[in-house]
Ligand binder design. Structure first.
Ligand code: SF4
Ligand code: SF4
Length: 382
């Protein structure tokens, strides 16, 4: 890939630590979050810096396993391991954590985290109807109240409206970037796209991050118009769905691309799922925030038909040849839902579907290569 902008994104994470430290020295507060159900608009409206803390690295898992069971999702163990080992600068810099009752493993882990740092737990309903919305709206109001007390600020409707506009703009830019991979062949690899989506989350200047993402999108359009890409018209185009992935937990994405495929769409949390839907700017701000976030199609919702419909739509929009449904070990909700997703798609799309259950370690890389190579070969001959 020949994009200059990609280098800027590669350096973004390292740069942001110093920027966060100096912002803190000037009095800004930092709020850590673990999940895309956390409404960052309210954190921004409070004048604080939101930071993602959901970990993607294998290193801290051994420390976590001294307390947590080994048979637990690596994302939960890794996030906890970073928190207790004291080596994660982002966790150390956080003044408050926001968490939600999503899956069982996460919510029990949050009970332990709350002994280490102030933590606000949002009680997330597990259905998406009007009754659930009214309950969730109450939770969103409680979060605003807690942030006002904890950060010693007053959050006005105007603050909220400005934050909504800014984060809608951020979502728009991230969606435009991801939509670039609809071009055939795509001018960006899945690994590079993931790196950008992951690293820009650590940027503390949202306006600047929007401009950077827009510049990259333009640059990629330009590369496409000049026919510069690592892929060709026959490259199998893969949609990745399932659990969240980031840099450090991207081995499946890397193996797909080293085996001759191209991940053109990440339906999962760091990708399309987080940005395809906007907060309604015409409504009362906290209600509009509650509505948008409750619509998030995660497997902790029951039923979770919105995920199936989103995947179905993205298959067409991205001209996808195959679906890889990624499940972290011991993630029961995504693991069980994989069967239903496959069945749903079977009746509608003639597509190859591969479910992969793995963890953050490298122990199964060779096995994964064999399975993924066979999967891509099957796509190529059909
Ligand atoms: S998969 Fe669900 S619980 Fe996990 S980060 Fe995404 S929305 Fe949150
Ligand atoms: S991947 Fe599954 S088990 Fe892990 S945190 Fe997300 S929903 Fe929970």
């Amino acid at each position: 890939m020949q994009s200059e902008m990609l280098c800027e994104f590669e350096n973004l994470r390292a740069k942001s630590i110093n920027l966060i430290k100096s912002a803190k020295e000037k009095g800004r507060k930092v709020v850590g979050k673990y999940c895309i159900y956390s409404p960052m608009e309210i954190v921004m409206a409070a004048g604080a810096i939101p930071i993602p803390l959901c970990s993607t690295k294998q290193d801290p898992i051994a420390v976590a396993e001294k307390v947590l069971p080994r048979n637990l999702c690596p994302l939960i163990k890794s996030s906890y391991g970073y928190a207790v080992s004291g080596v994660c600068p982002y966790f150390n810099l956080s003044d408050l954590l926001i968490a939600e009752t999503t899956c069982d493993g996460k919510k029990k882990m949050y009970e332990l985290l709350s002994k280490i740092k102030p933590l606000h737990l949002l009680q997330l309903p597990q259905k998406q109807d009007e009754e659930a919305l009214q309950y969730w709206y109450g939770e969103i109001i409680k979060l605003k109240d807690r942030l006002e007390v904890e950060l010693n600020v007053t959050i006005t409707d105007q603050d909220l409206r400005e934050a909504i506009q800014l984060l809608n703009e951020e979502r728009r830019s991230l969606k435009d970037l991801q939509d670039i991979a609809k071009l055939k062949p795509s001018p960006i690899s899945g690994v590079d796209l993931l790196m950008v989506l992951y690293n820009r989350g650590f940027s503390i200047d949202k306006e600047e991050a929007v401009l950077m993402v827009d510049r990259l999108t333009l640059e990629l359009k330009e590369l496409y118009s000049r026919g510069i890409t690592s892929f060709n018209m026959k490259t199998p185009r893969i949609l990745l769905t399932g659990v969240p992935v980031g840099i450090g937990s991207h081995k499946v994405v890397q193996i797909i691309e080293e085996s001759g495929g191209n991940v053109v769409c990440f339906e999962s949390c760091g990708g399309y799922k987080a940005v395809y839907d906007q907060v309604d700017e015409g409504k009362e701000p906290l209600l509009a925030i509650a509505e948008k976030y409750l619509r998030t199609p995660c497997s902790c919702m029951s039923p979770n038909i919105a995920r199936f419909e989103l995947v179905e739509r993205l298959v067409d929009e991205f001209n996808v040849d195959g679906i890889v449904d990624l499940t972290w070990q011991a993630c029961h909700t995504y693991n069980i839902e994989s069967y239903s997703l496959k069945k749903y798609l079977q009746g509608k799309k003639n597509l190859s579907f591969l479910q992969i259950e793995t963890d953050y370690s490298e122990s199964d890389v060779e096995q994964l290569k064999v399975r993924i190579e066979a999967f891509l070969e099957m796509i190529s001959i059909t």
